[in-house]
Design a binder for this molecule. Structure first.
Ligand code: PMV
Length: 364
């Protein structure tokens, strides 16, 4: 009997050493794997581009054809929690309270794949993301969403990333998201490859009390997303001259921010917005984001500017108009905007801080 038991234990030891998989059923019994969770929560702001990103030199990695400059939109927030959990059979995305699949989940999973590759973690994640601003109001929520997701996912996976590395990671999911990583006024250095293409802060939020009054003229979702727009940019005969002139506009914009020179900023911001929309309207096939109310707001803002009011407009890939001014003029301009026909709502935002973990205090 004793011989039999020692013989059995020898056979089991042999099997465990030579065939590690043999021991697995026993491990599942003893380790409470279903309770394993690594989680983190992060916050990021959307941003409005003063000099815009439109067109890539590398679509897969989102390396842009030119640099861009933006301001983070303080007060508007995406909050994202990521939990890597055992027992999940795929990544889960809960967006503004609703379980979401399709393209949105695929983009989230692609970013999580990168984080899994960096960390060695092999678990799927539950992602819960909420905006404090209404969706479909022309605020680019993908920028704040992917900046917050990058930070929360890296942190939950135990990967420490410097700001630049985080900006690069966010860029791979949505180009403009790389600009929601650093604080305040931000420049995305186009670069030539993955390592040289990231965003840096050029001035903190406290540098200049600019205000972005977003005149909402439509809450409809745009029918052509920016991804398709970037693919088409090169088909416009105007894109080449837009890109050639970009370094000059970037210099003027950067300088006007550093000098707090509103007039210089206003001129280059409107020029750049009009140039991007000229490319959009002349690509093949043609795109068109403006509505009649978009034009009415643009024309009114230009009229006010001519009468000496320091104000200007810029428009992203949608119909809503971002109206920029210094804080001292914001109350009056907001009142005037509200009274314009077709304007449904005004969102009011000031320069915002960097993406941050919920456990860290805000810097704006
Ligand atoms: O980052 P994307 O792919 O959502 O593209 C952003 C495009 C614009 O908002 C129109 C311009 C910009 O620089 O933010």
């Amino acid at each position: 009997m004793i011989f039999f038991e020692s013989h059995v234990s020898f056979v089991i030891t042999y099997l465990i050493i030579n065939f590690p998989g043999f021991a697995k059923p026993n491990q599942f019994e003893t380790i409470p794997l279903t309770n394993f969770t690594e989680s983190a929560s992060a916050i990021a702001h959307p941003n409005i581009a003063f000099i815009k990103y439109w067109g890539n030199r590398d679509h897969a990695l989102r390396i842009p054809s030119s640099g861009s400059i933006s301001m983070n939109l303080g007060g508007l927030i995406t909050r994202t929690q990521v939990s890597f959990e055992t027992g999940l059979e795929n990544d889960l995305l809960v967006l503004n309270g609703g379980l979401t699949s399709g393209n949105a989940l695929a983009r989230v999973s692609a970013l999580l794949e990168r984080v899994r590759a960096m960390s060695g973690i092999q678990l799927f994640a539950r992602v819960q993301s909420e905006n404090n601003f209404p969706s479909g109001t022309g605020i680019a929520s993908s920028a704040s969403a992917f900046a917050a997701l990058s930070l929360a996912a890296a942190s939950a996976a135990g990967v420490q990333l410097e700001e630049r590395e985080l900006s690069r990671l966010a860029r791979t999911a949505s180009g403009s998201a790389c600009r929601s990583v650093p604080a305040g006024f931000v420049e995305w250095q186009a670069g030539k490859d993955h390592s040289s293409s990231y965003a840096v802060s050029i001035a903190p939020p406290s540098h200049w009390s600019l205000v972005d009054l977003v005149a909402i003229v439509s809450r409809e979702h745009k029918f052509t997303g920016s991804y398709e727009g970037h693919l088409l940019a090169g088909t416009s005969p105007f894109q080449a001259s837009r890109l050639k002139d970009a370094p000059k506009r970037l210099d003027i914009c950067r300088r006007s921010i550093l000098d707090r020179d509103f007039e210089a900023l206003a001129e280059v911001v409107e020029l750049d917005s009009n140039m991007m929309h000229a490319v959009i309207m002349t690509s093949s096939p043609r795109l068109q984001y403006w509505l009649p109310a978009t034009m009415s707001v643009m024309l009114e803002v230009s009229r006010w500017h001519k009468t000496g009011i320091p104000v200007c407009y810029t428009i992203d890939a949608g119909p809503n108009v971002h109206v920029l001014c210094e804080s001292e003029h914001a109350g009056e301009i907001s009142k005037q905007l509200t009274s314009l026909p077709g304007v449904l709502e005004i969102l009011n935002s000031h320069p915002g801080g960097a993406a941050r973990l919920e456990s860290n205090p805000p810097d704006d």
